[in-house]
Design a protein around this ligand. Structure first.
Ligand code: NDP
Ligand code: BG6
Length: 534
């Protein structure tokens, strides 16, 4: 056990519990409901974060009884919740709070039934009077549901002091025009403080720690700028392919699915100025300024400056993996990208001239999300030139997942009579330092929305600013079929063009290999690094 291992301060004696409310999930027959939303709700309930008057109403077009829905959810909870297998008594107590309504998303009669169902439940004391609506359908169904909520009166709180809130899943819109149209639709029915645009990356422990790392320590901010930072790398790599989500993904692709939202949040949290307070709007004001300062990649340059690629058949973890076009739900001639690499610049005083290299892909060799802050090399005078140098510059690697933590690379003298230098990695890992596990991102975000805390949600101007950056890239690349699309074998780090993108600037992709808890207990050496991944 490392010396800094300790127990964190005790949680506040009473957990945060919102007032009585009902969660209504649209798209209740789908993957997200079964894999993420209900397992998280179950964990929140089990840990005492939900009020006694609380229920979940599932709404979707598929005909299903309450019991059939509950059975499906129980399997999801067993497979995906922190609790794991659920005993019969606990499940019975939880399951009586779950009811299912069949209806379509634009049918006034369906929404009338929903309204009556909510009222009857609230009158009987089974359901909370406050309402949290969750749009867990594919994006195409968002607008009809929002319109129906407005027209049925459900968007308006049910009485003084009550609340009615809307959680919208990502991606918010299919493109810039669609995002603006959807924003208009939302504004017609809901006020901004009722709307919670979810991006589950904002609920991840290490993503939140970015603010703490940067602004609760005095040693980083003086170095966090173009004077000392050479470049920044952001990698979001997934080992999985599209799995069962081919139909959705084929209309989306990595630019819409990951770059426009998850990666833009990571970039803005790394690059933002210190906010004046921890209030939601103070933080979001600073984030949006970063997005507004992104130097556009014009459509006519996008094909040359952005690497888009699609995975072909290959081998992942020793097993054969099919090519993207052979996945269920994907068109045989699909030109959807499953990999993106690009270089961006933030044209402000702090970051002028510092390249940010971003890459994301499915079917990479490992699942890893990491931000690398690469500092400038030392001048040649003392150690920067032979026989000691050139030296590998300092790097601060912020590992978001898995095995989350922070690693700092610096030079040390190798013990002995000769003056020999080697890079050493100082390695902080959450799992080794704290015994408590952290809640799933969806747990945290669902609870925040029920409590009305919008800090970890995306504001409408953030969504729009992110789309404004991504849209010209889409315009320049889409509709050109294979002309703008490379291929890479599943299980590789993407196409050669992605390496060239960074190599042409005299740099290389780099990830840090964090030691795991088991390595520590075996006394293995500290973190190391790999040109590509651990
Ligand atoms: P699903 O395809 O499983 O859809 C959910 C449900 O929406 C379906 O069961 C279906 O229910 C209903 N639906 C409404 N309109 C359509 C339509 N045109 N085509 C297909 N189904 C439709 O999606 P997911 O659950 O995977 O995703 C839901 C939302 O969550 C999406 O916006 C997605 O981007 C987002 N998301 C999903 C993640 C995941 O891991 N699954 C992760 C992050 C975000 P019915 O037919 O019964 O009405
Ligand atoms: C979702 C994307 O938002 O994030 C998926 O729609 C992707 O395609 C997922 O797999 C990755 O999330 P995580 O938490 O596993 O990094």
């Amino acid at each position: 056990m490392p010396t800094n291992a300790h127990k964190p301060p005790a949680e506040p004696a009473s957990p945060r519990v919102p007032g009585p409310f009902t969660l209504v999930v649209f798209g209740a027959s789908g993957d997200l409901t079964r894999r993420k939303i209900l397992p998280s709700i179950f964990d929140l309930w089990r840990d005492g974060h939900l009020p006694p008057r609380f229920g979940v109403v599932g709404y979707a077009r598929t005909p299903m009884s309450d019991d059939a829905w509950r059975d499906d959810l129980r399997r999801g909870v067993a497979a995906f919740s922190r609790a794991g297998a659920v005993d019969d008594a606990a499940w019975a107590d939880f399951a009586r709070r779950l009811t299912y309504l069949q209806g379509s998303y634009d049918d006034p009669a369906g929404f009338r039934r929903l309204r009556e169902h909510l009222k009857a439940g609230a009158d009987a004391g089974r359901l909370g009077p406050n309402r949290l609506f969750y749009l867990a359908t594919p994006p195409g169904a968002f607008a009809p549901v929002i319109r129906s909520l407005g027209e049925s009166g459900l968007a308006v709180p049910d009485g003084a002091g009550a609340w009615s809130r809307l959680i919208v899943e990502k991606p918010f819109g299919h493109d810039l025009a669609d995002a603006r149209a959807l924003a208009k639709e939302v504004r017609r029915a809901f006020a901004e403080d009722q709307v919670f645009r979810i991006d589950h990356y904002l609920g991840k422990e290490t993503v939140q720690n970015l603010l703490v790392l940067r602004f609760a320590n005095s040693i980083f901010d003086p170095l966090w700028n173009q004077k000392y930072v050479d470049h920044v790398q952001v990698t979001v790599a997934e080992r999985d392919g599209v799995g069962a989500r081919g139909r959705y993904y084929d209309r989306s692709g990595a630019l819409r699915d990951i770059v426009q939202n998850h990666m833009m949040h990571l970039v803005s949290l790394v690059a933002m100025e210190p906010p004046v307070s921890l209030e939601a709007d103070a933080i979001r004001d600073e984030k949006v300024k970063v997005l507004q300062a992104l130097r556009p990649i014009p459509a006519d340059c996008a094909a040359d400056r952005v690497v888009r690629a699609q995975y072909a058949a290959g081998t992942v973890g020793g097993e054969a993996a099919p090519g993207y076009r052979d996945e269920p739900g994907v068109a045989d001639d699909s030109a959807t990208e499953t990999f993106v690499a690009l270089k961006l610049f933030i044209d402000n005083w702090r970051w002028a001239g510092v390249p940010f290299y971003l890459r994301t892909g499915k079917r990479m060799p490992v699942r890893i999300t990491e931000i690398g802050i690469h500092f400038k090399p030392v001048p040649q005078v003392l150690f920067g030139a032979p026989p000691y140098g050139p030296l590998r510059p300092n790097v601060l690697a912020i590992r978001i997942q898995p095995n989350d933590g922070i690693v700092m690379r610096f030079q040390v003298k190798v013990p002995g009579a000769a003056l020999r230098l080697e890079p050493y990695h100082m390695d902080f890992g959450y799992a080794e330092a704290f015994r408590e596990g952290s809640p799933d991102a969806y747990e945290r975000l669902l609870l925040d929305a029920a409590l009305g805390d919008s800090t970890r949600f995306t504001r409408s101007d953030e969504v729009e600013a992110a789309w404004e950056f991504v849209q010209p890239i889409l315009d320049g690349c889409e509709g050109r079929g294979g002309a703008c699309l490379a291929a890479y074998p599943a299980g590789s780090w993407g196409p050669e063009a992605a390496d060239r993108l960074i190599r042409d600037d005299g740099r290389g992709w780099m990830l840090v290999r964090r030691r795991r808890r088991s390595d520590v207990s075996r006394g293995a050496s500290a973190a190391g690094e790999n040109a590509h991944g651990p």
